[in-house]
Design a protein. Structure first.
Lengths: 238, 499
């Protein structure tokens, strides 16, 4: 049993990690590339190229650093969502154990979180994710607009956090370290694979949203007439 | 969250008043009148129109692709939508409305969606989906406030605009807008209100007499003056319904002495294309552009109208000339600049009553005209107060996106759509609410009446008219201060011609 787990762990840590991580990175790069290509194409065809840069800049910054919007609406939800996002991004990137693996693997390292802060962030992220899930299930308007994946994501994202926490504190773990680690790595890899094909892609797409929303109104000069031609309505009265 | 209106009031406002027989014949159970929607093969026709629009519009493809990839369905937009806040109905959530068009795009225009659809047979476009969309997109006032609180940056207004455009290509559009546009582009009068030119000219002459009697100076509406710097396009309804605003526009020019004119061949700033069809937007903007060029004007000057201003500001360069397009200026921008340069003399605190300002969505959400009217109002009003929220965060009047022209939607507009605005104005205790937009004015007047708020809706130029220091004009016309009504006709005429 242990041997099977260990060999699976080796596979998950090694080739499977490299494959899934590369898939995520390449998938996200593809999405950014497609967005930039689409934006460039829209811009080149646009009749009016005078984009509203101050608004694009201001509103992009609003949502990358959303403090200014907190006090305006849904304060509690905003705080929970913010904590969730901060934990989700900061913890895995700056966790000592992860940085150590990068250093061992490819020889680069960076600043790491103090262990207690990492623990705190992990717990907060999990609590925030559960709160978001409860909020979605508990609110009638959220249920109306939600798809299956919208419920699944907060829960799925907590799996590597919970398992990672127990892997770091094996004495509290209900299962063996190896099994916990396997759950941790495999759940993260499932997430890696899904990210570029799901709404989580917003992690790289959000910075382009305001630009896209401005470009969305920049129609080509002849668009109206061309649509009429294609639909055979050129001389059709209104 | 508790809705602003109780369920009985909502049900009353949402009642479908169209004759049941017509709805049944048209197989279209929506709350606005539609002329001749297709009764057969509707989904196929919709998808054909959608495909044609996508083919010629990379911006729509860009936005749709981006939005389907990142739409997170967080529901924050609910905090901004005054309609959802009034009804509490999940179907009024902006994100939900956008999903209708996004789901169709995903299902029919992406590889994954096509494969998934073929395998599962789910998500096919049906008559019922289209009916729901046709009803929903005209519940939205296209105010674009929801975009402010969308962390994903989705412009739900753009999605509503696209949905309306596609629907209009299969002849599902409010009759009120279609009929007006037909008159504007193909009718004899050439304007949305079907005002015959002689009636407009008579009206202007009457206003000139009125102003002379009231102010003691000759103020003209220069018609068809070739080479005038500014060619003026108010919402055509101003000619008959907003005389005070129009007099204010003329008075400002009389005070500054700049040259301006109103074209006899075309003089309607209204552009319903912004609300339901890019093809119409292009054609109407083309008429504005052509008239200005015919008169050899240098600047397109739009009157007090939010949608007309935005339709020209973005439509003229988009469809007619790009960076070489004629500049578009709103009359409030012009007035402020003239005042700042000292060309327009105003009497401080001339308006004694409490006054507040309503930001028309189309000019404030893009942060184009926000402070300009405020600077003037703070100077001429003794008791100027802001409503909350304001500026780019303002609440829509409830009649935006063309809904104000759809009379059968009045109970909806002054009920769920306008309730938040009514309470916002009521809270200021203002006597005057300045709403520099023909759409907002009509809607707010009806709203004040239906929601019983004691506030008079006016334009900025209505107040400027009262606050201008006419001594400069009198001096220019050779009239002594003591002799009101004795304007020197000859001087005034040459003044008007030169201006």
């Amino acid at each position: 049993m242990n041997e099977t787990v260990n060999s699976m762990l080796d596979f998950a840590r090694g080739p499977l990690f490299r494959f899934t991580f590369a898939l995520m990175i390449l998938g996200l790069v593809r999405l950014v590339g497609l967005t930039l290509y689409g934006a460039l194409r829209a811009y080149l065809y646009a009749g009016d190229k005078a984009l509203l840069w101050p608004i694009i800049r201001q509103r992009t910054l609003w949502w990358l650093f959303p403090f200014a919007r907190f006090r305006r609406t849904r304060f509690v939800y905003s705080i929970i969502s913010f904590v969730f996002h901060v934990g989700l991004i900061i913890t895995p990137i700056f966790l000592f154990a992860h940085v150590y693996l990068w250093e061992r693997g490819i020889g680069i390292s960076w600043w790491v979180l103090p262990p207690r802060l990492a623990d705190l962030l992990t717990v907060l992220t999990v609590v925030a994710a559960v709160a978001l899930f409860v909020g979605r299930v508990g609110s009638s308007f959220s249920r109306t607009i939600s798809r299956g994946w919208d419920y699944a994501w907060p829960l799925l994202l907590t799996v590597p956090f919970v398992s990672g926490f127990f892997a770091t504190h094996p004495t509290w773990s209900p299962v063996s370290y190896s099994v916990m680690m396997l759950i941790h790595i495999l759940s993260a890899e499932v997430i890696f694979v899904l990210v570029p094909f799901s709404k989580i892609a917003h992690c790289v797409l959000v910075p382009f949203s305001q630009l896209v929303s401005d470009l969305g109104w920049r129609f080509p000069a002849s668009a109206g007439r061309d649509v009429a031609k294609t639909l055979g309505k050129e001389s059709v009265p209104i | 969250m508790k809705p602003l209106l109780d369920s009985q009031a909502i049900a009353k406002a949402m009642k479908n008043t169209r004759p049941e027989g017509v709805r049944k014949d048209q197989r279209l159970d929506v709350r606005y009148h539609v002329e001749h929607p297709p009764t057969a093969d509707r989904p196929r026709k919709f998808l054909e129109a959608f495909a044609a629009i996508l083919r010629h519009n990379p911006p729509y493809v860009l936005a749709l692709e981006h939005y389907i990839r990142l739409q997170a369905k967080c529901g924050r937009c609910t905090t901004q939508c005054m309609i959802y806040q009034a009804t509490g109905d999940p179907k009024d959530i902006p994100c939900h409305r956008s999903s209708m068009i996004l789901d169709i795009y995903r299902r029919y225009f992406t590889l994954g969606g096509r494969v998934w659809g073929a395998l599962t047979g789910r998500g096919d476009l049906t008559d019922e989906t289209l009916r729901e969309m046709a009803d929903s997109v005209w519940n939205c006032t296209a105010c674009r406030k929801c975009m402010l609180d969308c962390p994903s940056g989705i412009d739900h207004g753009l999605m509503a605009h696209l949905s309306r455009y596609i629907l209009s290509e299969i002849d599902i559009a409010p009759r009120a807008l279609v009929v007006s546009t037909r008159e504007q582009l193909e009718g004899e009068t050439g304007n949305t209100s079907a005002f015959p030119l002689p009636a407009i000219l008579d009206g202007l002459e009457f206003l000139e007499d009125d102003m002379e009697e009231e102010l003691g100076v000759k103020i003209k509406f220069p018609l068809d003056v070739e080479g005038a710097e500014y060619v003026f396009f108010p919402a055509v309804s101003d000619f008959m319904m907003e005389a005070e605003t129009l007099m204010g526009n003329a008075a400002v020019f009389a005070a500054t002495g700049d040259s301006w004119t109103i074209g006899k061949q075309y003089h309607d700033g209204i552009n319903y294309g912004l609300f339901y069809s890019d093809r119409i937007w292009d054609r109407v903007a083309g008429k504005v552009d052509a008239e200005t060029r015919r008169l050899k004007g240098k600047v397109i000057l739009i009157g007090e109208c939010g949608h007309a201003s935005r339709a020209a500001k973005f439509g003229i360069p988009t469809f007619h000339g790009g960076k070489d397009a004629l500049p578009v200026v709103n009359c409030m921008e012009y007035a402020l600049e003239a005042w700042q340069k000292g060309k327009l003399k105003l009497i401080p605190n001339a308006i004694k009553e409490r006054t507040t300002y309503h930001d028309p969505c189309n000019i404030s959400r893009v942060k184009w005209i926000i402070e300009q009217p405020r600077e003037l109002l703070r100077y001429i009003c003794e008791d100027y107060v802001e409503m909350t929220p304001n500026r780019e965060d303002n609440i829509c009047c409830g009649g935006g996106g063309g809904t104000v022209s759809i009379d059968e939607l009045r109970p909806y507009r002054t009920g769920p759509a306008g309730k938040a605005k009514a309470e916002q104005i009521r809270a200021t205790g203002a006597k005057y609410c300045v709403a520099p937009c023909a759409n907002c004015k009509k809607q707010l007047k009806e709203l004040m009446e239906d929601q019983k708020v004691d506030c008079q809706i006016v334009g900025l130029h209505d107040l400027l008219y009262k606050a201008i220091d006419y001594s400069v004009v009198k001096k220019r016309q050779g009239i002594s201060e003591e002799a009101p009504g004795q304007a020197d006709t000859e001087t005034a005429t040459s003044e008007a011609a030169s201006s």
